[in-house]
Design a protein around this ligand. Structure first.
Ligand SMILES: Cc1cn([C@H]2C[C@H](O)[C@@H](COP(=O)(O)OP(=O)(O)O[C@H]3O[C@@H](C)C(=O)[C@@H](O)[C@H]3O)O2)c(=O)[nH]c1=O
Length: 186
């Protein structure tokens, strides 16, 4: 397993060791001990799987209390995955990291709690699977608009009108509004 540092030190890109043979491949997708050795100490309580069509954009999501650390990966297709540091006291607050995750590169992204998370599907369809360190809590669920000018995320999108986005995410709050609430809590 190889750890690739990102521009935000707490966010780690993980390249698992893939054992390929005539049958296909094998890889470990979670191993408490070897992940702990590379600084990822997590106790997961929920696993999720979503399938999305091309040009689907989900995010940017976080939970205001009961924040979730997430270990994310793509098991079919490809996405551009984004993590935004929403920890008001962090030196990298407001910064984002974007990585291409695909069934071919097998890469996983470790996103600690306190981050906003979203992804854009760049293949025909994508299966997205992730482990979470806390339970889904609908009353704490928050979304920041994916294209907020304060975040300047380069999604590589040229036709924003044709994206598939949930009503909740289309009408999401601004980064500024989110920050006001985050400061009440952190
Ligand atoms: C996230 C979640 C949703 N749901 C339900 C609520 C809703 O009816 C339906 C779809 O929910 P959403 O539209 O919020 O699903 P989605 O937009 O895929 O939400 C996810 O987006 C990515 C970017 C993340 O980072 C995740 O943590 C999660 O927020 O599934 C659960 O039952 N459990 C869960 O853990």
């Amino acid at each position: 397993m190889k750890i690739i540092e990102t521009q935000i030190p707490d966010v780690k890109l993980i390249e698992p060791t893939v054992f390929s043979d005539e049958r296909g491949f094998f890889m470990e997708t979670w191993n408490e001990q070897s992940f702990r050795e590379v600084g990822i100490n997590a106790y997961f309580v929920q696993d999720n799987h979503s399938r999305s069509a091309k040009k689907t954009l989900r995010g940017l999501h976080y939970q205001i209390t009961n924040p979730q650390g997430k270990l994310v990966r793509v098991t079919q297709g490809e996405v551009f995955d984004v993590a935004v540091d929403l920890r008001p006291k962090s030196p990298t607050f407001g910064q984002w990291v974007g990585e291409h995750l695909s069934e071919d590169n097998h890469r996983m992204l470790w996103i600690p709690s306190g981050f906003g998370h979203g992804f854009l599907v760049t293949s025909e369809t994508a299966d997205f699977q992730y482990k979470c360190t806390d339970f889904y809590s609908p009353e704490n669920d928050r979304s920041i608009h994916w294209n907020d000018p304060g975040l300047k995320i380069d999604w590589g999108v040229t036709d924003a009108d044709n994206l598939l986005i949930s009503e909740k995410d289309r009408t999401a709050q601004s980064f500024e509004q989110a920050l006001a609430e985050l400061k009440e809590y952190y």
